[in-house]
Design a protein around this ligand. Structure first.
Ligand SMILES: Cc1cc2nc3c(=O)[nH]c(=O)nc-3n(C[C@H](O)[C@H](O)[C@H](O)COP(=O)(O)OP(=O)(O)OC[C@H]3O[C@@H](n4cnc5c(N)ncnc54)[C@H](O)[C@@H]3O)c2cc1C
Length: 347
């Protein structure tokens, strides 16, 4: 009998689950509901003025055997291995060469941006993806789960549902869940307790390009106002010749303080810090800028896994980087994939 599966969120975890259901050849009809206009979640790409930039996750690292096997399998065309290394800097802005072992595994994105990960995985499934569809309430009625959406639609009934929004958003959904079962309160409490940090991404474009020995700089002692700085021109297909585009991810403290400020205020402040770090005043004056505040950027801890697994026999599943315990694309992807396999097995 065909199992109906409803997934909330088309980030790495949600599409990973859909991919697992397709790979397992499960007799499942999969619907993904996504509140934004596209797929990928925090693995996000934007296009502007002839440039493309990954303003959330910068790349997927070849961190383990299964990631290393999967990514090339999704097609060599457009796959980018960022060969330049990541170096480090400290609170005083002292730049040092990065760790060779840290830099050894491939850092992957695509010429069309990191959203290709979600798109290519979904191409290998029959999942129906409904974008601009924000799930507002969840209900268990009779034998099935249903969703109602802010836009007015009702979806379901589903035999199994998988919730993948960041933990605080999943907790909010659980607040709006009608299910007469004692486990609901416990799971909601566990999900709600996952702490997050905020990151303000500032994009700085310059009409010139300089050579540097690094692709990215990471603040190793976590005591600088810039947490990460990288050059999108090191990714084929992202920045036209002769131009440069920096992605600056500001420290959690700086980001939390300035989260609500408009780009006209955060960009000059970030550009000043970048110019100081690079010791070059030209970087104070980008010719255009952009920003993205990621309020729920990264989970600082994982959820109590027993609590979120306790509802699976009732068809309620959870996945995401916060379930895996680390804010990394590959961790979210495989966490979703594993949940998809369990759904396929009907566990
Ligand atoms: C600035 C930044 C830099 C990062 N850099 C890296 C990096 O270089 N490498 C790396 O591996 N990782 C990086 N990460 C972490 C990585 O992006 C995440 O760990 C990963 O993408 C999380 O995937 P996910 O599927 O768990 O969640 P998400 O990507 O957040 O997906 C959840 C989805 O659910 C949707 N959603 C939420 N609520 C609802 C609702 N009510 N109804 C419908 N849809 C809903 C959201 O729109 C979203 O698309 C970075 C993250 C940030 C923010």
């Amino acid at each position: 009998m065909t199992r109906r599966v409803g997934i909330v969120g088309a980030g790495a975890a949600g599409v990973g689950a859909a991919y697992a259901l397709a790979t397992a050849d499960a007799d499942a009809e999969v619907t993904i509901l996504e509140k934004s206009g596209g797929v990928g979640g925090r693995a996000a790409t934007r296009r502007r003025r002839g440039c493309r930039y990954d303003h959330g996750a910068n790349y997927v690292k070849n961190a383990d055997g299964r990631t290393g096997a999967l990514i090339p399998e999704l097609g060599a065309e457009g796959l980018v291995d960022i060969e330049d290394p990541v170096w480090t800097f400290d609170a005083d802005g002292e730049v040092s060469e990065g760790d060779e072992a840290e830099n050894a595994p491939e850092k992957w994105t695509w010429t069309e941006g990191i959203t290709q990960l979600g798109k290519r995985l979904l191409d290998r499934t029959d999942a129906e993806v409904r974008t601009r569809t924000r799930v507002e309430t969840v209900a268990r009625e009779g034998e099935g789960w249903t969703f109602s959406c802010v836009e007015g639609g009702e979806f379901g009934p589903f035999d199994a549902i998988l919730l993948t929004p960041p933990a605080p958003q999943t907790a909010a959904l659980l607040d709006m869940t009608h299910w007469d079962d004692d486990r609901l309160d416990d799971v909601r409490r566990a999900v709600d307790s996952v702490p997050y940090r905020t990151i303000e991404t500032v994009v700085l474009h310059y009409p010139f390009r300089e050579e540097f020995p690094w692709y990215g700089l990471v603040n190793a002692d976590k005591d600088h106002e810039i947490g990460w700085l990288s050059r999108e021109e090191c990714k084929a297909g992202h920045v036209p010749e002769g131009e440069s585009l920096f992605v600056a991810q500001m420290s959690p403290e700086w980001s939390a303080e300035r989260y609500a400020e408009p780009v006209e205020e955060v960009a000059p402040a970030a550009a000043g810090l970048v110019a100081e770090l690079l010791g070059d005043d030209r970087y104070r004056a980008p010719d255009w800028t952009d920003d993205q505040g990621w309020r729920l950027a990264l989970p600082d801890e994982g959820v109590d896994e027993d609590a979120v697994r306790s509802t699976e026999d009732a068809g309620l599943y959870f996945a995401g980087d916060w379930v895996a315990g680390e804010g990394r694309v590959h961790r979210a992807l495989w966490n979703g994939y594993d949940a998809g396999e369990r759904i396929a097995d009907g566990v």
